[in-house]
Design a protein around this ligand. Structure first.
Ligand SMILES: NC(=O)c1ccc[n+]([C@@H]2O[C@H](COP(=O)([O-])OP(=O)(O)OC[C@H]3O[C@@H](n4cnc5c(N)ncnc54)[C@H](O)[C@@H]3O)[C@@H](O)[C@H]2O)c1
Length: 338
């Protein structure tokens, strides 16, 4: 049996806490030995909650610690590419939340640093690990629906993020739709060729003033010949709406929303069921565990990680194409971006 992989989490906000909890409670073969957050109190709180021996306000201390084998980067997006480079130079294997960066030059610099150091890098595209979505992909790649013709993704949040978050998020396409861009690649097994995006602020005009949209439709032509569509909203009043379908020459494979229970009430007013699970922390609970298992296993078995840096790069290229398309009101070839 391998000795445990000693892991540190950098960034103890919403997603950092999830990964910390999973590493402590559900990931065999890994040991959470340290946490860092620029707000040291956040790191201390997480350390106290999960009995993690080390908490610090400066993640460089963890990079300098030779006993730590891997880091899980969950700090804000603008720090990712820099921390990837520093962690790679320190010889750490890296799990990094999406997106790697908004800027292609900085992404390339991060990926080069990883390659040069010979460490592993996995990007946090958790939806690939959702059991239902993974099954759809398996069916599609196994030929169950024949040649894929249409990929349809609905991805709507229950509530808009704060304006403070929106101002630094890189915009809807790079922060939210990036998961859907990755799902298009994952489900179709194809790269996009051309993207056309339309969007507006239909929920809150202050989102437009902050330079973003809250409602968008992205269509694309894939290199395989298939067509794909993504619809996004920041506010679905009935909860987190996450549905996918791949339609092909021999049929269709799809995954519907998940609900906390499957009761049904029928009365004079209609037929009522539970609303979808509220948001990503509830909907993708299992996916977060499975992606971290995938990372830890890849390191321990010295295998390629299940979501590569290249996947992280391609999703950003798609996000930049959609952003340019929205700005210029025209379809954008991916070749124009990369
Ligand atoms: N895969 C997913 O489902 C998913 C979900 C949510 C967020 N994310 C991504 O994870 C990242 C964090 O998002 P969040 O929602 O947890 O944000 P958050 O604001 O809740 O947490 C970020 C934390 O990072 C800390 N931080 C910032 N700069 C730091 C630094 N230099 N060193 C150490 N800590 C630092 C902040 O103090 C904060 O506690 C973002 O890039 C986001 O896109 C991914």
């Amino acid at each position: 049996m391998n000795p445990p992989l000693d892991v540190a989490v950098i960034g103890c906000g919403r997603i950092g806490r999830i990964h910390a909890e999973n590493l402590v409670t559900r990931i065999a073969g890994a040991r959470l030995v340290a946490v860092a957050d620029i707000i040291e109190d956040c790191a201390r709180q997480v350390a106290a909650q999960y009995r993690v021996p080390t908490a610090t306000g400066d993640y460089h201390e963890l990079l300098a610690d030779k006993t730590i084998h891997a880091v899980v980067i969950c700090s804000s997006t603008d720090t990712h590419s820099r921390i990837i480079q520093e962690a790679a130079a320190a010889g750490k294997h890296i799990f990094c939340e999406k997106p790697i960066d908004y800027d292609l030059a900085r992404i390339h610099a991060a990926l080069s640093a990883v390659e040069k150091a010979g460490v592993k890098l996995q990007i946090g595209f958790n939806r690939r690990f959702d059991p239902s979505f993974a099954r759809v992909r398996e069916l599609v790649s196994g030929g169950a629906i024949g040649q894929p013709h249409i990929i349809r993704i609905t991805s709507r949040d229950p509530e808009p993020p704060s304006l403070e978050y929106i101002k630094v998020s890189g915009g809807m396409f790079l922060d939210m739709t990036i998961h859907d861009f990755d799902m298009v690649r994952f489900l179709s097994g194809s790269e996009a060729e051309e993207i056309y995006a339309i969007g507006d602020s239909l929920i809150d005009r202050s989102i437009r003033d902050a330079g973003d949209v809250d409602t968008a439709i992205v269509t694309m032509r894939l290199k395989s010949g298939a067509l794909a569509t993504i619809d996004n909203s920041f506010k679905a009043v009935y909860g987190y709406d996450q549905r996918i379908e791949v339609f092909g020459s021999k049929g269709s494979a799809s995954a519907a929303n998940q609900t906390p229970d499957n009761h049904m009430l029928m009365d004079a007013a209609g037929v009522h069921r539970a609303k979808p699970l509220y948001f990503f922390l509830e909907r993708y609970t299992e996916a977060y565990v499975r992606e971290m298992r995938g990372f830890v296993d890849a390191v321990l078995k010295n295998e390629p990680p299940p979501v590569t840096g290249e996947a992280g790069l391609q999703a950003v290229v798609m996000g930049l194409a959609a952003t340019l398309s929205l700005k210029e009101g025209r379809p954008v070839k991916l070749a124009e971006i990369s």
